[in-house]
Design a protein around this ligand. Structure first.
Ligand SMILES: CC[C@@H](C(=O)O)C(=O)SCCNC(=O)CCNC(=O)[C@H](O)C(C)(C)COP(=O)(O)OP(=O)(O)OC[C@H]1O[C@@H](n2cnc3c(N)ncnc32)[C@H](O)[C@@H]1OP(=O)(O)O
Ligand SMILES: [Co+2]
Length: 137
């Protein structure tokens, strides 16, 4: 399997509004749509477009959010994950399983409406890595 397009960089933040203000003030960047809740993922999300990718701002939706512990350790927030596209999510999952990489939970629907899964950071040189099926436009 080849490395796919970098779809987004996930940035955990205690406040999407405050992070948007930073991107607005320092880069003149506006959000790509309004922030929205993804209760199934335990996060509130908002995208900021870069010419070749996106920044995915994620804020916890509650104490049991998967990013709650990360924010306990990094109170100001920080770079949380990278996301690469794959043409076929089932094929990609089978590929990583075959390599013995730990996959975190089931394949589920992500913020772009396509299936995603996560690779354990300990098997990816310390980088939490999301694999996302390429959107079919
Ligand atoms: C918006 C929806 C979707 C999309 O469509 O794009 C998303 O991106 S949702 C993003 C949020 N969801 C997830 O992150 C799901 C997958 N994550 C997990 O399963 C867990 O967060 C985790 C990665 C297994 C971490 O578990 P947790 O219980 O939160 O923390 P620990 O403190 O136990 O961490 C264990 C170990 O891993 C290190 N770690 C944790 N987070 C990261 C990280 N983001 N990047 C790199 N390393 C990370 C942590 O430091 C621990 O290491 P040690 O201290 O050495 O044990
Ligand atoms: Co993501």
């Amino acid at each position: 399997m080849k490395l796919g397009r970098l779809n987004h960089v996930g940035v955990a933040t205690p406040s999407i509004e405050r992070s948007l203000e930073t991107y607005r003030t320092l880069f003149g960047a506006e959000p790509h749509g309004e922030p929205f809740d993804l209760p199934a993922q335990g996060v509130r999300v908002c995208f900021v477009d870069a010419p070749n990718s996106q920044i995915e701002l994620i804020e916890p939706l509650g104490a049991d959010s998967p990013i709650a512990r990360f924010l306990e350790k990094n109170a100001e927030g920080g770079q949380h994950h990278v996301c690469f596209e794959a043409e076929d999510i089932d094929e990609a999952r089978a590929h990583f399983e075959g390599k013995g990489v730990r996959i975190l939970g089931p394949t589920r629907i992500g913020a772009h409406g396509t299936p995603i899964f996560f690779l354990h950071p300990k098997d990816m040189g310390g980088v939490l890595t999301e694999i996302m099926e390429t959107p079919k436009h």
